[in-house]
Write a protein that binds this ligand. Structure first.
Ligand code: G3H
Length: 533
């Protein structure tokens, strides 16, 4: 029995369809009376008439431009050109709102995790991890902001000028997240954006959207009106018209560079628009002749195929030294074929259904193209097709004539290239449009040292004998070239969503007296030397 027959025999049931007809604008949960879009899972089940097909999970509003512009107006009003309650609020009061939200969010853990599994096919362990990591991210961000605030709770003096330097908000943020981490990556933009005093409009990704709806009330109850506005629908009816107004100060997007460029192009005031972008990547694994193959294969499996390779940080091409490539291919292919495919909630499942209905066909296209140009599928199960999956195919030898060499496959296919001279992968990386991370596998320090020196200039994180990854979230997450704009981490994100701004005063008895009483009076939320515990 192949896995497609098996998944049809064990048909699951989705018990809690969610028909969301609300959206959050200006602190009000508005009822949506217009068109709605049905949300389906690619996981098959029987519908009420007994017909087997993609599972209906619920629906979301398919919103029009008018309410989107109303959300922008609400965010603008709340920011009020920097004069609003939120951007001028005491830091500790803003932090309290964030903590309230995180506390409330925790009670939706089971519901959100269930939706993560059905909507985007993420396995149970990783779905819980995504939820918990996001809650931790909020608390960690609160602590990081306190630290930042403590550092700013002072005056500097240079060349006879006193300065009280802080980081201030930028304005209205349009926040768009990806489907592979619909909760975590979106909140890694939204949370630092608002904590710094900006206001936001947030539209969830196409997949992984229903799981946001249980949190609408928590957002409404935790923040002043207009600080967080949440819309549902298509980018062209919502995000594009918002950008065209020229009133967005920060575009915060994790997704594809083509979307980021298209949205930037719509903004009439280019220098007003700040960018915080996490984009695509083609992270390579480089396997040196002396690499320990047991641990290398383990890391390459998780690097290439955890969450089916649908991670921007996934290893998307492996360069293996020619002296070990046969042995590597054999053992790696066996390890791939041993991976368990199943429904996200099944025990020990590693491979799960792909949430994009067209993805299996796309992956098959990459495989066919590579085969027609000389590659072979090295593993027995490679390319086995089912309704919602294409079993990971290990392709070798891959060359630059093949689409899989250039495209970010974002799915279960692993291209392998052998090299004789280390400059081959280095030159390929230098010529690539991307520059996020690399995994380097080897032991000999004399070989590793000069390589690390070069690789650090080609990407932004060199993972030694380990898979590429974003976490831990306190470490900088960024990329060169078309892979990112700005840096995210618990700490760096606070910087990305703010700007340095300060009070300066000449060191004169007249000014000093004023500064003294300004501090004593505690009248200013900006000028204060209070130590936040
Ligand atoms: O899609 C890209 C994510 O940022 C990857 O995060 O490395 O923790 O899976 P991760």
């Amino acid at each position: 029995m192949n896995h497609s027959e098996k998944s049809i025999l064990n048909l699951p049931k989705f018990n809690n369809p969610l028909y969301c007809n609300e959206y959050l604008v200006d602190g009000v949960l508005h009822e949506w009376k217009g068109e709605t879009s049905e949300v389906y899972s690619t996981i098959h089940s029987k519908d009420k008439d007994g017909v087997i097909g993609p599972t209906l999970l619920g629906s979301i509003p398919d919103m029009e431009t008018e309410p989107a512009i109303a959300a922008l107006t609400a965010a603008e009003k709340s920011y009020n050109r920097g004069q609003g309650v939120w951007p001028t609020m005491k830091v500790k009061d803003r932090l309290r709102c964030l903590t309230t939200f995180a506390d409330k969010m925790k009670s939706y853990r089971e519901q959100v995790v269930e939706l993560l599994m059905w909507e985007i096919g993420k396995n149970k362990v990783d779905s819980y991890k995504e939820f918990d990591r996001t809650v931790d991210y909020i608390y960690d961000t609160v602590e990081a902001y306190k630290k930042l605030d403590r550092k700013s709770a002072k005056f500097d003096k240079q060349s006879g000028i006193h300065a009280h330097i802080r980081r201030g908000p930028i304005g209205v943020v349009l926040c768009l997240g990806p489907y592979n981490y619909p909760l975590n990556e979106t909140f890694c933009l939204l949370i630092p954006a608002i904590i710094m005093g900006n206001t936001a409009i947030f539209k969830p990704a196409k997949h992984g959207v229903l799981l946001i709806t249980p949190l609408l009330k928590a957002f409404q109850e935790s923040f002043p009106a207009g600080v967080v506005n949440i819309l549902f629908g298509r980018g062209r009816k919502i995000a594009s018209p918002i950008m065209e107004t020229g009133k967005v100060d920060v575009l915060a997007l994790i997704g594809h560079s083509s979307s980021a460029v298209a949205l930037q192009d719509l903004h009439p005031y280019k220098n007003r628009l700040r960018l915080v972008l996490g984009l695509e990547a083609k992270n390579p694994g480089i396997i040196l002749p002396d690499a320990d193959l047991d641990s290398t294969i383990k890391e390459c499996i998780s690097g290439t195929l955890s969450y089916n390779g649908q991670r921007c940080t996934a290893l998307k091409v492996l360069y293996v030294h020619e002296s070990i490539v046969d042995e590597f291919n054999k053992r790696f292919s066996e390890a791939v074929d041993a991976l368990k495919f199943g429904l996200p909630w099944e025990e020990d499942v590693f491979l799960t259904p792909l949430p994009e209905p067209g993805k299996p066909a796309y992956i098959q296209g990459l495989i066919k193209d590579a085969i027609s140009k000389g590659a072979k599928v090295m593993n027995k199960r490679g390319g086995e097709l089912s309704v919602n999956y294409s079993f990971p195919a290990v392709l070798y030898p891959v060359n630059d004539q093949m689409s899989v060499y250039h495209e970010e496959q974002f799915g279960p296919v692993v291209p392998i290239i052998s090299y004789s001279d280390i400059n081959e992968p280095l030159d390929a990386m230098a010529a690539s449009d991307y520059g996020q991370q690399v995994s380097l596998f080897g032991r000999d320090v004399r070989k590793l040292a000069p390589l690390i020196d070069v690789l650090a200039n080609l990407v932004c994180r060199v993972n030694l004998n380990s898979a590429c990854q974003r976490g831990p979230d306190v470490y900088p997450f960024t990329g060169r070239k078309n892979s990112a704009v700005g840096t995210l981490s618990v700490f760096d994100a606070l910087r990305s969503f703010s700007i340095r701004t300060f009070l300066a005063a000449k060191d004169t008895p007249y000014n000093n007296e004023i500064l003294d009483s300004l501090m004593d009076s505690k009248e200013s939320n900006f000028v204060n030397t209070e130590y936040l515990l």
